[in-house]
Design a protein around this ligand. Structure first.
Ligand code: TRP
Length: 462
């Protein structure tokens, strides 16, 4: 038997630390900002159902595969894939999977940081009490004023990138582990509070109905792809973030149980967020398909009308910033780990290089909300008719790059890697559970991803 490798970057202090870090990566803007607005844009119930099925059949098995590959390789995803390809006697080109992940992470973080900047701005607006008693129109114009001002967006985006680079520079253990330990429970409490408010809004049933009663006439082929892409996005899969976190995982930890816990927590946060937001949308006669501004145009109404809303609003946006922060770190970690391994730079320099590059790319997103707000580069393609540069970046990464990355991870883990190696690394104890995982990753994930892709291009039609 081969000796397990060791990571040069250190490792988590315990299994709990890994769960917290991976949950911190998974739970982020994807759950609270993105999930509600894409569910709203794609008709609600049917979209949510497809998303949940994708979490169960694709997300959890792929998360197990990523953790397994990372823990076996014990390096940045690029070098992990190189080492594991060599071990399996496969083509060294598999390391390109690691590269594609680095690029995807860089593109995602470039816009993620701009949105996280909105959350930062909202911390200060809540604190100043600007939402107290505000109407839906008032809240909406506060949002537009922010997003249409490129200088403000730039300031907040810069602050968020600096925050991210500081934590990444300090390494996996100090900072990161501590932050998540408090964050995740606090976020749950605040979301429950908002759900309580939503229950009293008079439109709770209508909100629940929108989210949980599937109406398949409302979902398109593109909507199905968006739901699947979001399953990858929300669980941080398909680009090596969970792989690199897995590479810091202590040897004897149940990959299966850990992955299931993380996926359940993540899904719960998204559903709680949706259940808070849609009743407020309907109670105020707002549009569920309002787009990326949805939570920023709805939740402040709730905070503006509840007792202690100034305090809760501030706290909520602080937690949202933390949730985004712990996710941002994981988006850049694969690149930083690679720079340290291959370029011999310290973590500090690696973080600065990767951070500055991402920061510059973020300018495209900032422009998308201001000067380029009506610029639709691919308007000649029907699906992308109304897609801004930001929308396209998000679509390319979440709906194309991540599922393709997931497909490649599935093929590698269940077709290329030797079976005895995955048996050993997953160490499930239970042969049936292993066989179920292997079946899902070998057949279900690849076929599902391919069918959804073909469906959206119209090559096959369901
Ligand atoms: N999962 C995070 C969220 O929902 C975002 C994120 C972090 C991510 N790391 C990732 C998305 C890696 C894709 C890939 O907000």
């Amino acid at each position: 038997m081969t000796q397990p490798r060791k990571s040069i970057h250190g490792s988590w202090s315990s299994r709990l630390a890994f769960i917290l870090a991976a949950t911190g990566s998974a739970v982020g803007l994807g759950n609270i900002w993105k999930f509600p607005y894409i569910a709203g844009e794609n008709g609600g119930g049917a979209f949510v159902l497809v998303y949940l099925v994708c979490i169960g059949l694709i997300g959890i098995p792929i998360m197990m595969a990523e953790v397994m590959l990372g823990r076996r390789g014990r390096q940045s995803p690029i070098n992990t894939m190189r080492a594991l390809a060599a071990e399996a006697g496969a083509n060294p080109a598999w390391r390109w999977l690691g590269w594609a992940g680095v690029v995807a992470g860089f593109l995602i973080l470039s816009y993620y940081s701009v949105i996280a900047g909105w959350a930062l701005a909202y911390v200060f607006r809540s604190m100043a009490g600007v939402f107290t008693g505000a109407t839906a129109e008032g809240v909406s114009s506060i949002f537009t004023q922010l997003t249409e001002d490129p200088e403000r967006l730039l300031a907040w985006h810069t602050l968020f990138m600096v925050m991210t680079m500081i934590v990444v520079a300090r390494g996996v253990k100090s900072g990161l582990e501590q932050a998540v330990r408090f964050l995740v429970p606090a976020l749950f409490v605040l979301l429950l509070l908002l759900d309580g408010y939503a229950m009293a809004s008079g439109s709770f049933d209508q909100g629940l109905n929108f989210l949980f009663t599937p109406d398949f006439s409302k979902i398109t082929a593109n909507g199905v792809l968006i739901a699947m892409g979001h399953a990858f996005f929300t669980l941080s899969l398909g680009m090596g973030a969970i792989m690199v976190y897995g590479s810091y995982l202590p040897d004897r930890t149940s990959v299966a149980r850990t992955s299931i816990i993380i996926a359940l927590l993540d899904t719960l946060v998204a559903l709680l967020a949706g259940m808070a937001i849609f009743p407020i949308v309907f109670a105020n006669g707002l549009e569920p398909g309002a787009g990326p501004g949805l939570i920023f145009q709805t939740l402040p109404i709730a905070f503006g009308h509840m007792a202690g809303g100034g305090l809760f609003g501030t706290l909520f946006f602080v937690l949202l910033v933390f949730a985004a922060w712990t996710s941002a770190i994981s988006l850049i970690e694969p690149a930083v780990a690679w720079l340290v391994e291959n370029k011999g730079v310290t973590r500090v320099y690696a973080s600065v290089y990767a951070g500055v590059a991402t920061w510059s790319m973020g300018l495209l997103t900032i422009l998308s909300f201001s000067h380029w707000a009506n610029f639709y580069p691919l308007s000649y393609i029907p699906v992308f008719e109304k897609y801004t540069v930001f929308d396209l970046l998000d679509y390319l990464t979440a709906n194309i790059m991540l599922p393709l990355g997931g497909l490649a991870i599935a093929i590698f883990s269940a077709w290329v890697m030797r079976r005895r190696d995955s048996v050993q690394e997953l160490d499930m104890g239970d042969a049936t559970a292993y066989r179920l995982w292997h079946f899902l990753v070998r057949y279900v994930t690849p076929i599902a991803v391919i069918i959804v892709f073909l469906n959206v291009t119209g090559l096959v039609d369901f």
